[in-house]
Write a new protein. Structure first.
Length: 98
C-alpha cells in the first residue's frame, strides 16, 4: 500500500514538473536530421527523446533478461534433479545401523 502511494506521489511530481517545464519553455527547436527536418516545440522534442531513449534501453536489456531466463531454467532443472536424488536417497534403507 505504501509502495503504491509512493509511486502515485512520484508520478504526480513528474507530471507537475513536466507541465511546469512545458509552460516555461514554449519555444521551438529547428530539428534537421538526415531523413526529416522541421520546427518542433521543445516539449515534443523532449518527450520524443525520452520515449526513444526508453525504447533503446529496453532493447539493450533484452539480452540480459534472456540470459537470466536461461540461467533460471537451468537452475530449476538442477533443483528438480537434486530434489529427486534426495528423495530417492531418503527411501533407501540404512545399511550401517549395527
Amino acid at each position: 500500500m505504501l509502495k503504491r502511494i509512493g509511486l502515485l506521489v512520484l508520478v504526480l511530481i513528474i507530471l507537475v514538473s513536466m507541465l511546469t517545464f512545458t509552460s516555461l519553455n514554449s519555444g521551438s527547436i529547428d530539428l534537421d536530421l538526415a531523413f526529416f527536418a522541421g520546427n518542433y516545440p521543445v516539449s515534443v522534442v523532449l518527450v520524443a527523446t525520452f520515449v526513444l531513449g526508453t525504447i533503446f534501453g529496453m532493447l539493450c536489456m533484452t539480452a540480459f533478461v534472456f540470459r537470466l531466463i536461461n540461467e533460471r531454467r537451468t537452475l530449476r532443472r538442477a533443483l528438480r534433479m537434486s530434489e529427486s536424488e534426495v528423495s530417492s536417497l531418503r527411501s533407501l534403507p540404512i545399511s550401517d545401523a549395527d
